[in-house]
Write a protein that binds this ligand. Structure first.
Ligand code: ARG
Length: 593
């Protein structure tokens, strides 16, 4: 009878402050009215359960300003606030911390609202930013490597998270599709009639690339023809252009296959590679010389930037044109920065690129400010990530010492996941198995990458990433699956739940409720500090709290019907939080695994 209404489809966007925000507002107002001072009360989740739900640590700062005793200041504020319906108890502890215990009614009411909200309490930004996210960045005619995999996975999570907040996100895949290295490859391919050979595969290009390089290094006449090819390509000569275009097309198609397989949102339209900026480089360079931003130094064009010196204290130049007239990676990036801030009008530009390029981006941002007078309000951020290491803590390689082929890595992830799933469900159809294995395998790979503090190198381990226990993708997907199993067993349609009253009698219910209500705070913090791994930690916390709750609090067998309903509600909200959180990381959930 209580599943008569189809409420899921009636979920609304209900703007509501999270408990933490409510507390901030209340304390801020109390400080203001007591002392006439505007101060951030710095409300934090309590570090230990006995300290309550939240802690406020402002009293020490405030007391200093007032030349008073911090405990007294804290006590005075507690007295002022104590009567409200939000608190069960406020207590002063230590040198002047305030421990905040929320009232059950307040928390229960908040959760009832959350259950109706399609966004789980996350507000849509009222001042959306225009954010360019530069990610992917593979190189034409080369295999993508694990570094590019990290860029794709991390960049995509930012795209999803920032779009969900309501920002205008523009994906840019800065493909390496231009440069002098194409001269030798084109010359080599022209020679071997590659264009008319329809049996070649993408992987063959790797071999051709190596062979072309070897010819270039050992055969002087070949090297000269290769150099002439660079000029021909730049001037738009037909054959060279055609071969280059075919290389680009085949590479893009190959990259797209990998992105699709990984369920990365990048599309061919997002590929705005280095070649896109090619015809702007000369104009940009001469303009910068004219305006005195760049200067000629020993025949090259450079920008000198404050604060960049070598070990001996000599100025370290940002090189934008070589002595031979060639332009560089840096020149293209400068043109791209102009395009992104001035044409696309981005006020935030994020580069999800290997940490080894730190110096390049630091100089690029300084050069951009100097060259285009970018306002300080424009946020330029290098979202750097470390290398992927093997279990021997050396850069990840195959047993024979070659670099790992990305597609083989993905195949392996799916294969291992399929073995795992098949053990539990020997009766799956091949299609079902393939789809679950893909979600589990790719999800595990993505999760392992995202949960690592991205700046550190991360150690790649199939066993760890695919484990059902611990902070892993499969653990979280499995938590979701377990909740769906509860619904199935109870013959409950989670998409068809009526609004019902939440009751928080047990400690585990209360603890889970606090976790669930913190989702918007976590998203808000990440959008400022960009620590995407804290979303992983949060989801892991939610799942762990859920398991503890489920161990202690019977759901379907709860004797009291109201308690049963309330617990079903907590289950449903947990499932939605897990599914939403994982989807922001680009990871799917499914109904069995
Ligand atoms: N293609 C480059 C590489 O493989 C990455 C490009 C990153 N984006 C950029 N705007 N520089 O290292």
């Amino acid at each position: 009878m209580w599943y008569a209404l189809t409420h899921y489809y009636l979920l609304l966007e209900i703007p509501m402050p999270s408990p933490k925000e409510t507390l901030s507002t209340l304390f801020r107002a109390a400080i203001q009215s007591s002392y006439g001072i505007e101060m951030d009360p710095s409300i934090q989740p309590a570090s230990r359960p006995e300290f309550g739900d939240f802690q406020a640590n402002f009293a020490l700062r405030l007391a200093k300003q007032l030349h008073k005793n911090p405990q007294e200041v804290a006590r005075a504020l507690v007295e002022k606030l104590n009567s409200g319906p939000v608190f069960n108890k406020l207590e002063v502890s230590g040198p002047g911390f305030i421990n905040i215990h929320l009232s059950k009614q307040f928390l229960a009411y908040h959760l009832e609202q959350l259950m109706q909200d399609s966004r789980l309490g996350v507000p849509r930004s009222s001042h959306p930013d225009t954010i360019v996210i530069d990610y992917g960045g593979a190189n034409v005619a080369k295999e993508m490597h694990v570094g590019h995999l990290r860029s794709a996975i991390i960049g995509d999570a930012f795209v999803r998270l920032l779009s969900f907040i309501g920002h205008h996100v523009i994906r840019q895949n800065h493909l390496g599709d231009w440069g002098t290295q194409f001269g030798m490859l084109i010359e080599y391919l022209a020679e071997s009639n590659w264009q008319n050979d329809h049996t070649h595969t993408y992987n063959d290009l790797n071999i051709y690339y190596k062979q072309a390089k070897q010819r270039f290094d050992t055969d002087e006449t070949f090297a000269n023809r290769a150099r002439a090819r660079v000029v021909a390509l730049q001037s738009g000569e037909n054959e060279s252009r055609a071969i280059w275009q075919q290389l680009v097309d085949e590479s893009k198609a190959h990259f797209q296959e990998t992105y699709d397989r990984l369920q990365i949102l990048l599309t061919p339209a997002d590929a705005v590679g280095e070649s896109f900026y090619n015809d702007q480089l000369a104009i940009l360079t001469s303009e910068l010389i004219e305006r005195g931003v760049a200067e000629i130094d020993q025949g090259a064009v450079v920008i000198f930037l404050e604060g960049f010196t070598d070990a001996d204290g000599n100025r370290f130049p940002f090189l934008i044109r070589k002595q031979d007239g060639g332009y560089l990676y840096a020149t293209t990036d400068l043109a791209a920065l102009y395009y992104r801030t001035q044409v696309l009008k981005a006020n935030r530009v994020f580069y999800v690129v290997d940490a080894r390029q730190r110096q390049h981006f630091a100089m690029l941002f300084a050069a951009g400010k100097k060259a285009f007078g970018l306002a300080d309000s424009i946020q330029l951020e290098h979202i750097a990530y470390g290398s992927v290491l093997g279990e021997d803590h050396k850069p990840l390689k195959t047993r024979s010492g070659d670099s790992i082929k990305l597609n083989e890595l993905l195949t392996e992830a799916e294969k291992r996941a399929a073995e795992m799933v098949l053990q539990k469900h020997p009766d799956l159809t091949p299609d079902e198995l393939a789809s679950i294995a893909r979600n589990v395998g790719i999800g595990a790979l993505k999760y392992a990458d995202l949960r690592a503090d991205k700046i550190k190198d991360y150690v790649f381990s199939w066993e760890k990433m695919l484990a059902f226990e611990g902070n892993t993708g499969p653990y979280l997907q499995n938590a979701y699956v377990r909740i769906l199993a509860i619904f199935r067993k109870g013959n409950i349609d989670p998409n068809d739940l009526p609004p019902f009253q939440i009751q928080l009698h047990e400690i585990m219910e209360h603890a889970l409720a606090i976790k669930l209500s913190a989702f918007p705070d976590v998203i808000d913090t990440i959008s400022a500090n960009l620590h995407i791994h804290s979303l992983c930690d949060y989801l892991y916390d939610v799942a762990s709290h859920f398991h503890r709750f489920y161990e202690h609090c019977p759901v379907l067998s709860a004797a009291d019907l109201n308690v049963r309903h309330s617990r079903i509600g907590l289950c449903a909200l947990t499932a939605r939080t897990l599914a939403r959180g994982l989807s922001l990381l680009g990871i799917n959930v499914m109904d069995k695994m």
